[in-house]
Design a binder for this molecule. Structure first.
Ligand SMILES: Nc1ncnc2c1ncn2[C@@H]1O[C@H](COP(=O)(O)OP(=O)(O)O)[C@@H](O)[C@H]1O
Ligand SMILES: [Mg+2]
Length: 260
């Protein structure tokens, strides 16, 4: 984090450390990794239509949590994830990340946070079809300015971790859905983000491949990653420790997942 230009951000890593050491028990914005306060997202679509995608959401997520977000189609799940991941911004409300207010950050500042802090996994894998698994996983490291040799080593190591050591030179079309999603997870992880954001990651997979993906998330959670997962499927949500249900842009329940 030292190489971030914004000096205030350095303060953040201090807060984060205090939290990690359990020293910071103060309520409020500090002490949480992610804290949303009265957040709303309103789309003004053509023809004067106002769509309230998120309606006054307040939510805190601690470092190391494994959270599932469920809700019907159109309830605002992806909008919420995109705002948490700094891919989008709210219309109203506050977003505190690691105790600092990032609500009014500009595009570049958000991009910088996004690239360091978050790894994304999507339903449709979003791999580049002409690139091999290895090249896809190397991409974030290219953006991060990592040199060729280190890049290759890191990408191979991460693909091996995903059980794809034998597949690194395959293109996405030569891989099964489950394998493609594991490449996408490797790409999300290769920069060592602290938070994994996954939007319906098992939505395009058969149940066996879906379970394999969930076992990977479980493993990442046990290693200390924070995971926020959107799903339709209660059997997938049960892998998480906390289940948030949203409907019409509002949180309707937020509860611990009972261990089976
Ligand atoms: N870019 C956009 N422009 C206008 N409306 C949008 C846009 N993105 C999402 N919406 C609307 O916001 C609501 C929430 O969408 P979304 O977050 O994608 O829901 P979910 O992921 O739960 O299916 C929906 O009514 C959707 O149509
Ligand atoms: Mg969605």
């Amino acid at each position: 984090m030292e190489d971030l230009i914004d000096p205030e951000f350095l303060q953040t890593s201090v807060d984060e450390d205090r939290y990690a050491n359990g020293i910071n028990e103060k309520e409020g914005a500090f002490g949480y990794m992610i804290r949303l306060e009265n957040l709303s997202k309103i789309y003004n679509t053509m023809g004067d239509n106002r769509v309230v995608a998120l309606n006054n959401i307040s939510l805190s997520i601690n470092k190391g949590e494994f959270v599932a977000i469920m809700g019907p189609s159109g309830s605002g799940k992806s909008t919420l994830m995109n705002i948490i991941g700094c891919l989008d911004v709210a219309t109203e409300g506050k977003y505190y990340l690691d105790g600092r207010d990032i609500t009014s950050y500009n595009h570049n500042q958000l991009a910088e946070i996004r690239n360091k802090k978050f790894g994304f996994v999507f339903q449709g894998f979003n791999l580049l079809p002409k690139l091999t698994a290895l090249e896809n996983v190397e991409l974030p490291l290219i953006y991060a300015g990592v040199g060729a040799k280190k890049r290759r080593e890191e990408a191979i190591r991460t693909l091996e971790m995903m059980g794809l050591g034998e597949r690194i030179h395959h293109r996405p079309s030569e891989l099964s859905g489950g394998q493609q999603q594991r490449v996408a997870i490797a790409r999300a992880l290769v920069n060592h983000p602290s938070v994994i954001l996954a939007d319906e990651p098992t939505g395009n997979l058969d149940s066996k491949s879906g379970m394999e993906i969930m076992e990977i998330f479980e493993e990442l959670h046990s290693r200390g990653n924070t995971i926020i997962l959107i799903t339709h499927d209660i059997n997938i949500a049960r892998y998480a420790r906390r289940l948030i249900t949203i409907r019409d842009g509002q949180i309707v329940s937020d509860e611990e997942v009972e261990m089976q």
